[in-house]
Design a protein around this ligand. Sequence first.
Ligand SMILES: *Cc1c(COP(=O)(O)O)cnc(C)c1O
Length: 366
Amino acid sequence: MKWKQQIFGMKAYQPGKPMEEVKKEFGLDEVVKLASNENPYGFSPKVKAFLNNENTNHAIYPDGYAQNLRTAVANHLGVKETELLFGNGSDDIIAIITRALLYPGVNTVMATPSFSQYSHNAEIEGAEVRKVPLKDGKHDLKAMLEAIDENTSVVWVCNPNNPTGTIVHHHELQTFLQNVPQDVLVVLDEAYFEYVDSPDYQNSIPFIHEYPNIIILRTFSKAYGLASFRVGYAIANEEVIAKLDPVRAPFNNTILSHKVAIVALEDQEFIRSCKEKNENGKKQFVRFCEKHHFHYYPSQTNFILFEVKADSDVVFNEMMKRGFIIRSGNALEAPGYIRVTIGTEEQNEKFLSLLEEVLTEQGVFA
Ligand SMILES: *Cc1c(COP(=O)(O)O)cnc(C)c1O
């Protein structure tokens, strides 16, 4: 068949072993997944109450314009309804942006390591991918600017960055946006927006009027705890949204996902309390790293990337045998490191004590 050249040799996203499989393979009663940065506290109790009582008619198509959710998000953010685009997760919006702007002959600039879907989608479209190494775990915006030329269509800024958890400071972002050519779309992926606690990070939404070439991505998958419902959204200038909208599949959320996201948005107290617990959980990891003199990246998210002074894949496997699924740094261009989602206090404590056991076995503390 006449496949696109670029999909030869391409691998599907590796989601990691399903929890049920890990349980069976290692004879475990309980497995804790700290690999995909989901909310360890699940979702708002208000969502739970709603789900217990709802009776959606799933036989009919959802509202493709997501009117009710659109109104709720627009009110919540203080933006116009026409400044929003909804996706089947922000992954969907990444694909929409890529499909609308990338093709053979143009290039796209991104940091490395960063979120893998930017390059994955760009490669499918046959665009040239320009990866600019992080500097001390942070986006090197100066080098990214230098990588932009007249054939650049899209620049990706993952803020906070996955897998390092680091942020681009507001003033650095402003300088960057002032210098990016007006005809290059800058994607600000803010999947972890709700977790950020730094005064150097400010709401980027006012930028959409100042810079008509930016688009902000947010999601209900992380802090809101609704990863399985697949709702992400983009905020941008009306003209950008209007250009992207025809590229979107017509019914890219479900009726239930629209309803659930609205309920979740109403419970900001849940988000606030998760953020607070996450801050405390982060401190457990930081204390561990400092005790053992392991390098770690200062995280503004619900995960942390840190050094283990051992083979990351071995640590990944040993922790899996003990009931914890994490991400090996080898899969994230960070060999010798692991990326761990910050869990509940109890999960973190158990995880860190088992990690100490594994690293002792590996001779790290000898
Ligand atoms: C998890 C994640 C996403 C994707 O989230 P969905 O909305 O579930 O598709 C996007 N960007 C980054 C950086 C992420 O970590």
